[in-house]
Structure formats: structure tokens, C-alpha cells
Design a protein around this ligand. Structure first.
Ligand SMILES: NC(=O)C1=CN([C@@H]2O[C@H](COP(=O)(O)OP(=O)(O)OC[C@H]3O[C@@H](n4cnc5c(N)ncnc54)[C@H](OP(=O)(O)O)[C@@H]3O)[C@@H](O)[C@H]2O)[C@@H](O)CC1
Ligand SMILES: Nc1ncnc2c1ncn2[C@@H]1O[C@H](COP(=O)(O)OP(=O)(O)O)[C@@H](O)[C@H]1O
Length: 281
């Protein structure tokens, strides 16, 4: 493959397509986001993501959780809704009524996550896969790639990337590796790092350097996945949503600065979004 030169991420690439609500909008029109949680002791990551998705404008955000996790989620959430499910079939039904579903953060590395991920890919309008939803396919990445037929974004860090695309980071530059991964998987691939590469299967390739080292903290990637899923729930195209999510994630991190914990990121979005809103044509 020839050397890939990525375009630098900037609001000009995606702000014209920002999904602002119309005067006659209502919550269902703004788009519904589902986020799958792990079992009772592993629910925080999905909650971070769901809050980020709601803050970035999804009209509805719902945690889809195993019954054992209902109470712990309910005890934490107010605006985010909760729907328990017991089987992959039941998750398929919930996913069918969602414009975008995010699965992976603290989902668990087991056959349940694998089955649930395949149902999400088949039934949700679009999907974002992160963390354990990628790791569970490390022995059979083609099973994952073959299931990607609808718009999807995958958001691996280097460890997760190497599990499903073994060897690419050793043989190629990060930009080339991301581009090959997007072509191979059929998903938009967002390869996280201090420089984040965002590659689409159609060849678009973007690098995001608008970030902060204070993002090196537990849960910040979960928030990023939630932001991207929240934009896709509102109908934003997958590569633009990934670029917009990465830039906004970096910007709110810069605004929070030292002392940042991942909970701070969603709640810093309204200030940034107000500035964007004032700038719209
Ligand atoms: N609040 C919550 O509930 C939170 C829950 N979370 C959940 O925790 C689960 C585990 O997720 P995880 O990311 O910590 O570990 P995982 O991918 O299983 O393996 C880690 C190994 O991968 C490698 N590695 C290489 N590059 C890397 C990189 N850039 N960043 C990180 N690792 C990198 C490195 O190995 P090494 O290269 O050092 O040999 C490292 O030892 C997952 O379900 C997640 O969603 C978190 O989101 C936090 C908030
Ligand atoms: N040194 C850094 N500079 C800029 N961004 C960083 C840095 N370290 C981590 N990040 C960003 O923080 C996020 C971390 O995501 P991830 O590794 O999935 O963490 P978690 O699983 O804890 O949510 C990614 O968006 C990554 O790009």
C-alpha cells in the first residue's frame, strides 16, 4: 500500500453537519442511543458513555443492562433511562429501536459479550464498538468483520487494535495501519493515542492532535465512545462523528485541564456546544 497522509482534524470538517435540533424537534426526532452495560460491578464505563451521548445531543439515552445491574444503574441515573435484558434476542429487540448502540466498555471478555455484539451489529441502526466488544474477537476477527454491514465505528487503543489486527502496528505507520484496518473491517477505525487516527473504509484518513495528556485517565475512552455514539444517534455520518467526537473530547479535556477525571468531560460539553451554536449560519 502507498503511504497514507492524513488530513488534520478541524471543526471545518464536520461542524457544518452538526445535528442541531429544529424548532419543532422532539426527543425522539433527535435520536435514541443505547449503551450496553456490564454486570452489576462493571457498570461505570457504560454510564460515563451514556452521559456523554446525552450531553452531545442524543434525545434519549438508555442503558441496556443485565437484570443484576438494574438497581445499581437506577441508583446512579436520572436523565439516562434503564432497560434490562436477559438474552441476546432481547437485546436485539432493544437495539432495533435504537439509532445507535454502543457496546464494549466494561462489558466483560466472555461469550455473552460476543453474542451481544453480533446482535447489536445486526439490529441497531448504527453501532460503536469499544474495549471488550473488540477484545472478544481476538481469536476470530473475521467473525467480527463479516458482521459489520451497517455503519459502525470501532475505537481501539493500541492493545485492543493489536488483538484484532495482529502485526499491523509492527509493519506499518499508525496512519497506514488504521487505513488498512478500516478497509479490512468495513468499519470506521478510530485508533486512540496522543495522536488519534480516524480511517474510513472509503479511504478518508484524519489525524486528531487536538487533545490533552490529562486524558490519560481511566474512563476517558468510554466518554469518547459515548460522544461518537451520541452524534451517530442523531444521524451524523460515521467518519464525521468520529472526527467530531475526537476533537470535542480533546477540547473539553483542555478546558478542564489538570485534575481532570473522566466524569468531568461530558459536563464540560455545554460551554463548547454553546460556542458552536452561536457560530452556526
Ligand atoms: N470506570 C470503569 O468502569 C472503567 C472500565 N474500564 C474497562 O476496563 C476493562 C479493561 O480495559 P483496559 O483498557 O484497562 O484493559 P485491556 O484492553 O483489557 O488491556 C490492557 C492492556 O492492553 C495493553 N495496551 C496497549 N496499549 C494500550 C493503551 N494505549 N492503553 C491501555 N492499554 C494498552 C497493555 O498491555 P501491555 O502493552 O502493557 O502489555 C495493558 O496492560 C475494559 O472493559 C474497559 O472498558 C476502563 O475503560 C476504565 C474505566
Ligand atoms: N497522552 C495522551 N495525550 C492525548 N490523549 C490521550 C493521552 N493518553 C490517552 N489519551 C486519550 O484518552 C483516551 C483513553 O482511552 P482508553 O485507553 O480507551 O481509556 P479507558 O479504557 O480508560 O476509557 C483516548 O481517547 C486517548 O486518545
Amino acid at each position: 500500500m502507498t503511504s497514507s497522509t492524513p488530513e488534520t482534524n478541524h471543526p471545518d470538517l464536520w461542524l457544518p453537519d452538526w445535528p442541531w435540533p429544529e424548532a419543532d424537534s422532539h426527543k425522539h426526532k433527535r435520536g435514541s442511543l443505547g449503551v450496553v452495560t456490564g454486570p452489576a460491578a462493571s457498570t461505570g464505563a457504560a454510564r460515563l458513555a451514556a452521559r456523554a451521548g446525552l450531553r452531545i445531543g442524543a434525545g434519549l439515552a438508555t442503558l441496556f443492562c443485565p437484570p443484576s445491574a438494574t438497581l445499581v444503574n437506577a441508583a446512579h441515573e436520572t436523565a439516562v433511562m434503564i432497560k434490562p435484558f436477559s438474552t441476546p434476542d432481547a437485546l436485539a429487540e432493544l437495539a432495533s429501536s435504537s439509532k445507535c448502540v454502543l457496546i464494549g466498555p466494561a462489558a466483560g471478555v466472555d461469550s455473552t459479550t460476543r453474542e451481544n455484539t453480533l446482535e447489536v451489529l445486526k439490529h441497531a441502526g448504527s453501532s460503536v464498538l469499544d474495549a471488550d466488544a473488540l477484545t472478544v474477537f481476538k481469536d476470530q476477527p473475521d467473525a467480527l468483520f463479516n458482521a459489520i454491514t451497517l455503519p459502525a465505528v470501532i475505537t481501539p487503543h493500541d492493545g485492543e487494535f493489536s488483538r484484532i489486527f495482529p502485526g499491523l502496528l509492527d509493519q506499518y505507520t499508525r496512519a497506514e495501519a488504521a487505513a488498512i484496518a478500516a478497509e479490512r473491517s468495513g468499519a470506521v477505525v478510530l485508533l486512540k493515542g496522543n495522536e488519534t487516527l480516524i480511517a474510513a473504509p472509503d479511504g478518508r484518513l484524519t489525524v486528531n492532535r487536538h487533545a490533552s495528556p490529562f486524558l490519560a485517565t481511566a474512563g476517558s475512552g468510554d466518554v469518547l465512545a459515548g460522544m461518537i455514539a451520541g452524534l451517530m444517534a442523531q444521524g451524523m455520518e460515521a467518519h464525521r462523528a468520529a472526527c467530531a467526537g475526537a476533537w470535542c473530547h480533546g477540547e473539553v479535556a483542555r478546558r478542564v485541564g489538570p485534575g481532570l477525571i473522566s466524569e468531568d468531560l461530558p459536563d464540560a460539553l455545554p460551554g463548547l456546544l454553546s460556542e458552536f451554536y452561536a457560530r452556526r449560519a
